[in-house]
Each structure stands twice: as structure tokens, then as C-alpha cells.
Design a protein around this ligand. Structure first.
Ligand code: ATP
Ligand code: MG
Length: 541
């Protein structure tokens, strides 16, 4: 048998060993009320790997019991995001597929005296629910007969009552130490058009009641969810036991994935989109899967991150730097190298004529990626910050009279700087040494600095976009998310880039050798280089 990699898989193994279950079935249960985010990737990882490891399968289960917030648009986006991440679900199932059966089960609970129609308002129910230290008060409607309850429930379904006028409650125990067992509401009246069942229903089951039924009807063996449902497990079990489910699905809770410097809650993400603080759900700064995809983060890196972050029983916050380090590792191994100069300074080689190709490794960490040729000439651009008129001690880049190597080409000496009327350097003039060519350097000249460059004759203009995190650092912890928002988090620069970037495939990731990992795309005919992750590793492993 496969080796368990976390506590959930250990439980599954024990259940298999004891013969409690024979086949493993899980489900990933998004509510189609928004876009998936990286926390959902974690949930998918847990559900799909637990099933896959033991020869089982995982359903895509849309938890659509709340029609007022759910939309087909979200269903489509969720499907697309899961497929992009690389997970293959077994059946696609909706809670609404089971509305008839869920309703039948409610009638059965009524007939067996285990549910009653209650006329208290939502506020009254809340007020009589009691507290952690005090029991709740029984509803005056609790002792209606099954016949009366059945008639009222059927009238609820037939549309006789207004929204909220009545509800159906499970009859459990108003003195239970677990508040979720104090006669929880299991059906409510709600007139809202459902994205799949239209106006067929005006009563909808509550999540805590519907979920165990849907799990059972799908043949789910292990219902994996996050820790906030731990207190709901007694109700999950009550439904399964009372309705006689065999085998009864087993709920196991694990910790949510939280990342520093990112908001994960749909409510805030929605606000950012609505306020136009970001460009949309797929803004590259968003933690949504659509945003991460648009940012250029490879699906493999997200899956790898979820695997490495582990599955825990207690909530904690994961450093965003750890996620970035995993992405960087992946791109370091896979992304071709390229050159782009952000703040360009013209460099003219006064003694060089003509042009020639110089060779670069496509990716020096991957010998199989091969070599690539770049055209070298006498007019180049280097970074403005690679030249100084007034250099500090031990300055290894270019200064008047100083030497540096142009990457994979020649050593040059800077002879002269041309300045404009404000004293700004606009061009530097250099001499090159023909016998200093990379790979065949017999010049004997020592040049510590290696500068990246682009050829002015062939380079293309590009827009470079860099991003900061959406949430400011932890010194703001404890403050509301809205006060921690880093709204000035997108920065745009103009750059000169190697021409082959303009020819590259849309969406391809590159390492700009000096700056970081960037995704290539084209907008209105313009080359855009959009930051995936910086080069610098700020994360302390
Ligand atoms: P949000 O609070 O962001 O709206 P949600 O829990 O309401 O998220 P659902 O669509 O109900 O979103 O979630 C589908 C599944 O994904 C659930 O099982 C939920 O527990 C799980 N999930 C949601 N957020 C995370 C997270 N940050 N880490 C791990 N699992 C998560
Ligand atoms: Mg939810």
C-alpha cells in the first residue's frame, strides 16, 4: 500500500486496514460564489492526493445550496481553474442534483419526529440559542405533531409562506454543549432563482444538513474540510446516523492555508475587484488561481508548494517568501534566460566595426536546453546603474578608465562619458579588446564586473511591470485588511529588450538575468514583460 504522507492519509490507511471502508472516495466542494484561490489549491491537493494514493477518485462537487450568491459564470471559472492546475475529477456533481432526495429525507425526519416546522424569526432563533455557558430555550413550536409538521413543510414548499416566515429545524438538544446541535435550522424559505433549478424551489436546505447527505449519495468515504467545520462534525454525524447511512462518510478537518501578505477571503477579494483597486479577479497580484495563472506562475509550482507546505491539524500562517522560493526554484530550472535593460544607457564601442554572434546558454542549469546566439555590435544599451561618474571604492561596474566584461562578449574600457546640460550622462564611449572574447580570453585583463546588455540596432521597446504584495507587512498585523492594503503595488517601467522576446510564445516565462522572472505577453502590439517573481530570495530557509 502507498505510504501515508500526512495525518489524513494515516486515518484513511487505518480505515482500510480495519475494513471500515473498501474504496476511497473524496470530493472537492467549492461553492460557486466566486473564484478559486490558492487556499482552494491546497484543498484540491489534499482531496485529490488522498484519493489518488489509495486507488480511489475525487469528485468535483459544487455546493450550490445558496442560490442568491451562486452563478454559472463561477462554475465555469472553477472548472477551468481546476483543469489548469492539472487535477482530473471523476464525476461532476451538484448539491442541486440531490434537492429532491434531500427534501425526501427531510419529510422522513419529520415523520420520525426528528424535525419540526418553527415559526420563530431568524433573530428569535439566534436569541434563544443560548451561549457557550448557557443552554438554549426550546422553541414553542417544538412539540408540533409529525402530521402538522408535514402539512406545514409541504405548504412551505408549495410557496404558501413568505421568506423567513417559517423554517424547518432538526429536533436534537437545546442543552447540548455544542451550539450546532441546538435544533439547527435545516431548511429555509428563500425565493431566489437558482442557477440550475431556476424557480422550481422556494425552500433550500442548509449546508450542514445537505452536505452529509450529498457526501453519502456520492459514495464519499472521507469528507475532508477545513478546521472551522470541526464543531459542525457532531451535526454531520447526527444527520448520517439518524438517516441510517451505511457506510457513513467520515469527516476529517485540516488547517486552512494562510499566506502572509495575501488576503484569501473571497469577501475582500471581491471588494478589491469592485473598488477597482485591482484590474479584476485575474489581476496578477490576486491570490486567485486566475490571478496566479495570469501572473505566469506555473501550475506545477503551485502543486509542489501545496505538497511541501504539508497538511496540518492547527492553523498557522505560511510566509509568502516560502511560496515565492518554490516558484523561483521551478522557474530557475525551467525558464530560458534573456536580457532586458530597464533604465538604458547608450554604450558605444569606438573601435568595433560590424557585428557578430555571441553564444548564451538558454538555461545554464539545464545543459539540454542548449545554446542561443545573440547579435553583438558597436552600439549597445546597458543599465544606467552599471556606470558611475563618481564611483564608491571597490566599484566593479564601469567608471571612467575602468574595465568590465559585456556578458558573453568582450571586455571594454570606458574612456568618456557624454553628459547633457543638466550633467546627466547620456552615453558612454568605450574601447573593446579583441582578444578578450568570452570562452577565448587571452587578453590578461582583469575585469570583475559582468554587465548585461542589449544591442541598440536590434532591441525592441518593452513595458516592464513589477508588483509588490497586496497586503503590507506583518507590523500591521491585527489591523483590518482594508487598512493593510498596499494599493500602490504595481510599478511600470520602460525597457529595451532582446528582439527574440518579441517573437517568443505568449505567456512564456523568462529569467531576465538581472531582474527576475518575467512573463512575456503582448498588449496592443507592445511587448510587455510582467514580473512573476523577483530574483532575490528574501526567504530564510
Ligand atoms: P472563502 O472563505 O475564501 O470564501 P470558502 O471556504 O467559503 O472560502 P468554498 O468554496 O466553500 O470557499 O471552499 C471549497 C473548499 O475549499 C472547502 O472545503 C474549504 O474548506 C476549502 N478551502 C477554502 N479556503 C481554504 C484555504 N485557505 N485552505 C485550505 N482549504 C480551503
Ligand atoms: Mg464556504
Amino acid at each position: 500500500m502507498a505510504e501515508a504522507t500526512n495525518f489524513i492519509e494515516q486515518i484513511i490507511e487505518a480505515d482500510l486496514a480495519e475494513g471500515k471502508v473498501s474504496a476511497i472516495k473524496t470530493r472537492f466542494p467549492p461553492e460557486p460564489n466566486g473564484y478559486l484561490h490558492i487556499g482552494h489549491a491546497k484543498s484540491m491537493f489534499v482531496n485529490f492526493s488522498a484519493a489518488g494514493r489509495y486507488g480511489g477518485s475525487c469528485n468535483l462537487f459544487f455546493d450550490d445550496t445558496n442560490p442568491s450568491k451562486e452563478k454559472t459564470e463561477f462554475v465555469d471559472a472553477i472548472r477551468k481553474d481546476i483543469a489548469w492546475l492539472g487535477y482530473k475529477w471523476d464525476k461532476e456533481v451538484y448539491a442541486s442534483d440531490f434537492f429532491d432526495t434531500i427534501y425526501e429525507y427531510a419529510e422522513r425526519l419529520i415523520r420520525e419526529g426528528k424535525a419540526f416546522v418553527c415559526d420563530l424569526s431568524a433573530d428569535e432563533i439566534r436569541e434563544t440559542r443560548g451561549t457557550l455557558t448557557e443552554p438554549g430555550k426550546e422553541s414553542p413550536y417544538r412539540n408540533r405533531t409529525p402530521e402538522e409538521n408535514l402539512t406545514l413543510f409541504r405548504e412551505m414548499r408549495a410557496g404558501k409562506y413568505a421568506d423567513g416566515e417559517k423554517c424547518l429545524r432538526a429536533k436534537i438538544d437545546m442543552a447540548s454543549p455544542n451550539i450546532n446541535l441546538r435544533d439547527p435550522v435545516i431548511y429555509r424559505i428563500l425565493r431566489a432563482e437558482h442557477h440550475r433549478t431556476g424557480n422550481k424551489w422556494c425552500v433550500y436546505p442548509m449546508y450542514d444538513y445537505a452536505h452529509p447527505i450529498c457526501d453519502y449519495l456520492q459514495g464519499v468515504s472521507h469528507s475532508l474540510c477545513t478546521l472551522e467545520f470541526e464543531d459542525h462534525r457532531p451535526l454531520y454525524d447526527w444527520v448520517g446516523i439518524t438517516l441510517g447511512f451505511a457506510p457513513k462518510p467520515r469527516q476529517i478537518e485540516f488547517a486552512r492555508l494562510n499566506l502572509t501578505n495575501l488576503v484569501m477571503s473571497k469577501r475582500y477579494l471581491k471588494k478589491l475587484v469592485e473598488d477597482k483597486s485591482v484590474h479584476g479577479w485575474d489581476d496578477p497580484r490576486m491570490p486567485t488561481l486566475a490571478g496566479l495563472r495570469n501572473r505566469g506562475i506555473p501550475a506545477e509550482a503551485i502543486r509542489d508548494f501545496c505538497a511541501r507546505a504539508g497538511v496540518a491539524k492547527a492553523n498557522s500562517e505560511c510566509e509568502i517568501g516560502y511560496f515565492e522560493a518554490v516558484v523561483r526554484d521551478y522557474l530557475n530550472a525551467h525558464a530560458p534566460r534573456a536580457m532586458a535593460v530597464v533604465d538604458p544607457l547608450k554604450l558605444t564601442i569606438t573601435n568595433y566595426e560590424g557585428e557578430e554572434n555571441v553564444e548564451f546558454d538558454v538555461n545554464q542549469t539545464d545543459p539540454e536546453a542548449g545554446k542561443r546566439e545573440i547579435l553583438f555590435g558597436n552600439t549597445l544599451y546597458i543599465e544606467k546603474s552599471d556606470f558611475s561618474l563618481d564611483p564608491p571604492p571597490k566599484y566593479h561596474r564601469l567608471k571612467i578608465g575602468g574595465y568590465a566584461r559585456l556578458k558573453n562578449a568582450y571586455i571594454v574600457r570606458c574612456d568618456e562619458a557624454v553628459t547633457d546640460k543638466n550633467g546627466e550622462v547620456t552615453e558612454i564611449k568605450c574601447t573593446y579588446f579583441p582578444d578578450s572574447r568570452s570562452g577565448n580570453d587571452t587578453s590578461g585583463i582583469k575585469a570583475k564586473g559582468v554587465l548585461h546588455w542589449v544591442n541598440a540596432a536590434t532591441c525592441v521597446d518593452a513595458e516592464l511591470r513589477q508588483y509588490e504584495h497586496l497586503l503590507k507587512d506583518a507590523d500591521y498585523a491585527g489591523q483590518d485588511f482594508s487598512e493593510r492594503m498596499n494599493l500602490d503595488s504595481e510599478h511600470i517601467f520602460s525597457a529595451k529588450a532582446e528582439p527574440f522576446l518579441a517573437q517568443a510564445q505568449e505567456g512564456e516565462a523568462f529569467q531576465l538575468m538581472r531582474t527576475g522572472y518575467y512573463k512575456k505577453c503582448t498588449e496592443n502590439g507592445k511587448l510587455i514583460l510582467s514580473e512573476i517573481v523577483s530574483l532575490k530570495d528574501n526567504f530564510n530557509k
